[in-house]
Write a protein that binds this ligand. Structure first.
Ligand code: AMP
Length: 214
């Protein structure tokens, strides 16, 4: 099963993507996570991506598209995958469609986790992540067992630089301008599954699984 996650930054699509990856035993591919890992390791890609990410802008397509195309060619993607944070522009979506078309297919579903902007800013203020293992939390919705500490590896949690309120506003503007058009792109193909992302995490998950199948 090949799934693309749609929705604004902070809509909870990363959390759902991880749960879906477990449910269907397919890899969760998050471009944001890949960039952050590269930044942490100080790679050339990381250095280039960092300035865009910190400013709340998109990393240019030429740094993003090939990265994902290579990743979905790996052996572990044979049975499918969940793309989280990609595509983010119409150009990226067209590149993905083209690449899959060559193999005679397309994605199976574009899951749209819908949350209004007002709720997004509030949510992102509470978002925390582990700089060591990448686990994500929310002070209210997904609190760690021990305040400020990662359940998985014991590292101190941080607020992502791009989750600061000013950057969040910029990211939302970028989302509406460049990413939201993907909704119509996949709607026309009849692939969109809409879910209400304001509901509790487990309910959102069940709503998705009931539409995609066990
Ligand atoms: P995310 O973790 O998905 O919110 O991504 C964090 C940041 O990484 C975004 O705000 C962008 O700067 C960058 N990024 C992630 N995925 C993409 C993409 N597909 N195209 C361009 N930039 C991306």
């Amino acid at each position: 099963m090949k799934i693309v996650m749609l929705g604004a930054p902070g809509a909870g699509k990363g959390t759902q993507a991880k749960m879906l990856a477990d449910q269907y035993a397919i890899p969760h591919i998050s471009t944001g996570d890949i960039f952050r890992a590269n930044i942490k390791e100080g790679t050339e890609l990381g250095k280039k991506a960092k300035e865009f990410i910190d400013a709340g802008a998109l990393v240019p397509d030429e740094l993003t598209v090939d990265l994902v195309m290579d990743r979905i060619d790996h052996e572990d993607c044979k049975k499918g995958y969940i793309l989280d944070g990609f595509p983010r522009t119409i150009n990226q979506a067209e590149k993905l469609t083209e690449a899959l078309g060559v193999k005679g297919g397309d994605i199976d579903y574009a899951v749209n986790v819908d949350v209004p902007d007002e709720a997004i800013v509030e949510r992102m203020a509470g978002r925390r992540m582990c700089p060591n293992c990448g686990a994500s939390y929310h002070v209210v919705n997904i609190p760690p067992k021990k305040d400020g500490i990662c359940d998985r590896c014991g590292e101190e949690l941080i607020t992502r630089k791009d989750d600061q309120p000013e950057t969040v506003k910029k990211r939302l503007a970028v989302y509406h301008e460049q990413t939201r058009p993907l909704y119509d792109y996949y709607k026309e193909k009849g692939l969109v599954v809409d879910v209400d992302g304001t509901k509790p995490m487990e309910e959102v998950f069940q709503a998705i699984v009931s539409r995609l199948g066990e």
